[in-house]
Design a protein around this ligand. Sequence first.
Ligand code: SF4
Ligand code: SF4
Length: 381
Amino acid sequence: MSSPVFFTDLRAANDQSLLDKISNLVEAAGIQKVVKKRGLTAIKIHFGERGNTAFIRPVLVRPVIDVIAKAGGKPFLTDASTLYVGTRGNAVDHLTTAILNGFAYSTLQAPLIIADGLDGRDEVAVPIDLKLCREAYIASAVVRADSLVSLAHFKLHEAAGFGGAIKNVGMGAASRRGKMAQHSEVAPAVMQNKCIGCGICRDQCAHGAIRLEDRPPDVPRPREDAAKIAYIDQVLCVGCAGCIHACPQGALAIDWEKDLPRFMERMVEYTAGAVKGKEKRCLFVNFLTQISPACDCYPFADAPIVADIGIVASRDPVAVDQASIDLVNAQPPLDSSCVKGCPDAKSDKIRAVYPNIDWRHQLAYAQAIGLGSMSYDLVRL
Ligand code: SF4
Ligand code: SF4
């Protein structure tokens, strides 16, 4: 069965600003049914790593907050701590980063709450009993909220292929333990003939899993001064994948065929855990703006791969992500971005940037476990 996905473009005029259009969009998508009178409404958002510039602009969040308050709910903005070294690994750093990135009660009139507490350990083990996970460890503020509104910045992602509603909720609302469980089978390996022993990956790893050792004489040197080589301790490694993107040599890789499908499946199962018990009280909004080639967890954002498109909203997280991909793939690729010259860039932007990632698996598995439908009707407002 097809699910409705509501779409608004970014055109605006004197009598209708983009802020008005965002209010209309979430109302059309059914926010009144999602919000419970006097109920707590978690707005799950990514506040952006410090240095990142592609996350959703706070001014665009304000209309959603206002509509929820008008419908009788009590909105709060929330996210959970990260696994990797960065500026959002605990509540103090996370809130500081959020405020520096422009999210604050004074401007948004909704409190900011880090959903898994001071150190990422406030969680609820939600029973889900699915193929890979019997329980999902979800940040407690998300579980205890009456309603959930996902505001996701849609972009590409180096492990999931893309990050939309499913990733915002499944990975984003998991506690640190839940994030570890999802990454548990992503185990990078060092390609010794490429590693120059620079140590960047070791400095990036929050879990002390990487060490440098003298290069054995029988391992070829990619360059003369490469006296050291990186080793990953598979016991200490939690598979956060933070080192993979940090390596300037592309010397760290995972088993794309084996690791990634199961990573996606765990993330999808966690999404089911995060919405469990409030399936009828969820709304998923994807912002197709500043569509960058990688996650907002990096302290930078590379140039967008297509022009800004608009915003989509649906009660179905699978449909909203499928519609987002289709809208992105219908756009011409921007030559000012990393997709310039990539084969497939006209038809499949994700494959163009990440040729090894079968991103469809994320949606197919989500549909298979009943999270939603890949089939949708786009309702243009
Ligand atoms: S960042 Fe890459 S090149 Fe540098 S030590 Fe780590 S694996 Fe080797
Ligand atoms: S994937 Fe493993 S080795 Fe790499 S940064 Fe994460 S924990 Fe460290």
